[in-house]
Design a protein around this ligand. Structure first.
Ligand code: AMP
Ligand code: MG
Length: 426
């Protein structure tokens, strides 16, 4: 049976690259802009007009013809507030104007009110400023049909603001993935129950649900399954009915009660990965079930945390159109302690993150007893990545992955064949 051994471990980067090449984003759809925060655009988006629409004032002050700035006070012939249109400026006069208001026809310069002196007769004496000062020209940020954002760009708050200003009330995006969680283990009871001998409280369910939520994927339903292949298969089918990614916890290794690996066949799926050369999390399993995904996480809590960070989180982002999520590099910092990897797998060692007085990131290794050590693991912020044979000492360069956050480097990867605008059909 396939349970004999788990010897053929994939190196961590190779395993992640393998998945990078297997995952394609979900079908795109059009979403109202306000529901698209954090998602990736599936097409370029263009403006439906220029910004600013017309020449507008950048200051509160006075709009004038620069030729009229000859050291004599000017009569104030009109007032233009934001929201009203500009009209025509009478030659030899000034228009009282406010930030964002349309510059009247004929005016070419705005003198800020800080450089103006009101006279008793109501006229205004203006300091000389260079022609064209303090005017935001029509179209100076973008023009009609400018590309505001490209395929693959993430909808950050500022980009959402830009798209709103360019008239994109709906945007073409790769939709958010949905998760379900399946806990295996006949020994599990919930936090509110008192475990009998042989039982253990479920900590992976609450952790996974929190990881899913904290990463912005919404709520994940938690299913429980005993260590029995028939009920496990039924529960997995149920879980797949409502989720793009099913995360299982436990039962993924080679023990007699580890039934998750054989479930992929039962679900008509394909096993892409079983066994990764990393510690913790070695027996990790990844299967594709039709166009959905199963990530089998080992039962020990820190293996769950590591498997989520290295596989489930980048998988979810890849499905959401961030094609480089599996190719992210760890961040670099300095070790603030000593750790040696004497084992044969890539070690992910829990650490806390600090900064020195120059803002340089320092990583403090957290002493732990292993993948079951939730007590110490819960104090950590990140995983230090330490290769086989590598030793870290205070001051040496160390690489790390923040627990529930991908490296924030850009993950956009524009695909030219998809980059035509679909603004016209929005
Ligand atoms: P397994 O991968 O099923 O062999 O489980 C490995 C270890 O993780 C065992 O000690 C399990 O009792 C423990 N474990 C499995 N599932 C959970 C869970 N949901 N919460 C806490 N511990 C678990
Ligand atoms: Mg188990």
């Amino acid at each position: 049976m396939h349970k004999a051994r788990l010897t053929n471990l994939r190196p961590l980067d190779e395993a992640r690259n393998l998945l990078a090449n297997e995952v394609s984003p979900r079908a795109h759809l059009l979403l109202p802009l306000e529901h698209a925060a954090g998602l990736a655009l599936s097409h370029d988006v263009r403006s439906d007009g220029p910004l600013p629409l017309e020449d507008v004032s950048a200051m509160d002050g006075f709009a004038i013809r620069s030729a009229d700035l000859n050291g004599s006070p000017l009569q104030i012939s009109c007032e233009i507030a934001a929201g009203s249109s500009g009209g025509m400026l009478k030659p030899g006069t000034a228009a009282r104007i406010f930030t964002g208001a349309v510059v009247p026809e004929g005016a070419d310069t705005v003198v800020p009110q800080e450089q103006a002196l009101m006279q008793e007769n109501g006229n205004v004496l203006l300091e000389k400023v260079p022609p064209s000062s303090h005017i935001r020209k029509s179209g100076e940020l973008f023009t009609h049909k400018s590309v505001l954002a490209r395929h693959g760009d993430r909808l950050t708050p500022a980009r959402i603001a830009l798209l709103a200003s360019g008239g994109a009330a709906s945007v073409p995006v790769y939709p958010r993935v949905t998760f379900a969680i399946v806990l295996t283990g006949s020994e599990l009871v919930s936090a509110g129950e008192s475990p009998e001998p042989g039982q253990i409280r479920d900590s992976n369910g609450p952790m996974l649900r929190a990881l899913v939520r904290e990463s912005g994927f919404g709520d994940a339903h938690i299913h429980r399954a005993a260590d029995d292949p028939h009920s496990l298969l039924m529960i997995l089918e149920q879980a797949f009915a409502s989720a793009d990614i099913v995360l299982t916890s436990g039962g993924v290794s080679v023990g007699d009660y580890d039934f998750v690996p054989e479930m992929i066949d039962g679900l008509d799926g394909e096993t892409l990965l079983h066994g990764v050369s990393m510690k913790p999390g070695k027996p990790l399993l990844v299967g594709r079930v039709k166009n959905k995904w199963l990530i089998g996480l080992p039962g020990n809590p820190l293996s769950v945390l590591a498997g989520w960070r290295m596989f489930a989180l980048p998988l979810a982002h890849s499905l959401q159109g961030f094609r480089r999520a599996f190719k992210e590099q760890p961040l670099a910092a300095r070790s603030n302690g000593s750790v040696q990897n004497k084992g044969s797998r890539t070690l992910l060692h829990p650490c806390t993150i600090e900064t020195d007085s120059d803002g340089v990131v320092l990583l403090n290794p957290v002493p732990w007893k292993g993948s079951h050590d939730l007590y110490m693991g819960s104090r950590a912020d990140a995983w230090m990545r330490i290769e086989q044979g590598e030793s870290l000492t205070p001051g040496t360069r160390a690489r790390y992955y923040v627990f529930n956050q991908l490296n924030p480097a850009r993950m956009a990867e524009t695909q030219p064949e998809e980059s035509d605008s679909i603004m016209n059909i929005v």
